[in-house]
Design a protein around this ligand. Structure first.
Ligand code: MF3
Ligand code: CO
Length: 267
């Protein structure tokens, strides 16, 4: 069942989303050559603790065949596209890193991800990240009342196809609410004008991820979680939690204005 949220509930979800934005800002600043993925997880745990928020990732077990997820963030490096576990691996100059984070605050969940290059990034990786970000922007722009879910999926894929990247539709976005993964699922490819009608109050995580090269397949690592490209090519992944509202799409996983603008008397 697809649940719709009231404006008050969307405000509560924005508070959870802001915690996610803080986690991503802190882990982005901490990501540097020599830093362990596990250190980034520690940074994220501290931000969640300071915000009195829980992690919807920690111990998550979508299927009995999978081990409970051991971290509060996913750290996916190079050919790991999604769900990379924060291990003792140290970041190296030129790595392509995706950080995916969630927060549960007052029972509401936020979910978002960024991709970045570590140290001196390769130009082709920067381009892949930029393409993925453009796809996210296009998907968000399509999340308007009266549209269809297929419009969001098609907008994402159009950007990816134009750039010639690989798209794997076995993992994509999802509804978000009191749980991290709710209906509907939001594939990264689809047909415009098809699928669920978008109504005010629908809250979805939109998460394009693209692979360099055209290979459309990926596989899951022995650790039970890491999703790697089949051919070793690099992948990028970005995500926001977005509410469909009468005023258009609202991104919930951003820092609040109070947190981003200079405080009175200090500028
Ligand atoms: N944004 C990711 C997703 O929706 C978050 C996965 S969290 C994990 O798939 F716990 F499953 F790793
Ligand atoms: Co997600």
């Amino acid at each position: 069942m697809v649940e719709l949220r009231t404006p008050g509930e969307i405000d509560a979800m924005r508070a959870a989303g802001e915690v996610v934005a803080r986690v991503l800002a802190a882990t982005r600043s901490a990501a540097a050559p020599g830093v362990r993925l596990r250190d980034l997880d520690e940074v994220a745990r501290q931000v969640l603790a300071d915000a009195l928020a829980d992690s919807p990732f920690l111990n998550y077990q979508p299927h009995r065949s999978m081990p409970p997820y051991p971290g509060v963030i996913c750290t996916s490096v190079n050919d790991v596209a999604l769900h990379g576990i924060p291990t003792g691996r140290r970041l190296a100059d030129g790595d392509l890193l995706s950080i995916d984070a969630g927060a549960t605050l007052d029972g509401w969940v936020g979910d978002a991800a960024i991709s970045l290059t570590v140290g001196a990034g390769r130009p082709e990786d920067e381009a892949l990240v930029a393409t993925t970000q453009r796809a996210l922007t296009a998907g968000i722009a399509a999340a308007v009342p009266g549209g269809r879910l297929g419009d969001v999926s098609a907008a994402i894929a159009a950007v990816g196809r134009a750039a010639g990247v690989g798209i794997d539709t076995t993992h994509g976005g999802h509804g978000v609410g009191r749980r991290m993964h709710e209906e509907p699922s939001v594939p990264n490819e689809g047909r415009p004008g098809r699928g669920l009608r978008l109504r005010p109050g629908l809250v979805i995580a939109i998460e394009p991820w693209f692979m360099a090269g055209g290979d459309d397949t990926s596989w899951t690592d022995d650790d039970g979680w890491s999703i790697r490209t089949a051919d070793g090519n690099r992948a990028a992944h970005v995500e926001h939690t977005v509410a469909v509202t009468d005023d258009g799409p609202q991104v919930l996983t951003v820092l609040s204005r109070a947190a981003t603008s200079p405080s009175p008397g200090r500028s």
